[in-house]
Design a protein around this ligand. Structure first.
Ligand code: DQA
Length: 152
């Protein structure tokens, strides 16, 4: 099973950016932790981070072409604005779990709405860097359950 972990704008600054909100764990450390979980689960991971909406849209389309089975995505600020990323997730019809380090529902009003969550199987928010692990585990279980059902 292949999973793509996608991170949107400014997440390359994790560990330095608003640490009281996003925590001290840098993105490369999150990726290292996910690799450990992935090897436990026996899944293959790839990572990408971009500050550009179109690059993220292209990466979602490419995921389908590359035979990726599911997405873990933190669209960051694009969560609240990007019809294009929402349409891309919906368009490829790959299961996706949306993850946010912070609890977007407890923050400024403009962060309460997610344009992308409705086309994801679920959303994890507010659990900090650990949320990436829960997102990956939830996604892999979802895909496994679906595959088992389809075979049975
Ligand atoms: C974020 C929440 C977004 O509102 C914000 O723009 C981010 C990070 C999070 O992980 O908590 O950049 O997606």
């Amino acid at each position: 099973m292949k999973i793509l972990v996608l991170n949107g704008p400014n997440l390359q600054l994790l560990g330095r950016r608003k640490v009281e909100v996003y925590g001290v764990v840098p993105l490369h450390e999150i990726e290292a932790r996910l690799r450990v979980v992935a090897s436990e689960l026996g899944v293959e991971l790839s990572f990408m981070q971009s500050n550009h909406e179109g690059v993220i849209v292209d990466a979602i389309a490419q995921a389908l072409a590359d035979g990726v089975d599911g997405l873990v995505i933190n669209p960051a600020a694009y969560t609240h604005t990007s019809v294009a990323i929402r349409d891309a997730i919906e368009g490829v019809r790959l299961p996706a779990v949306e993850i946010h380090l912070s609890n977007i529902h407890a923050r400024e009003g403009f962060r309460h709405d997610s344009l992308t969550a409705p086309v994801c199987i679920g959303q994890i928010a507010g659990l900090g860097a650990d949320g990436y692990e829960w997102a990956l585990r939830a996604l892999v279980r979802y895909i496994n359950n679906k595959t088992t059902k389809a075979q049975g």
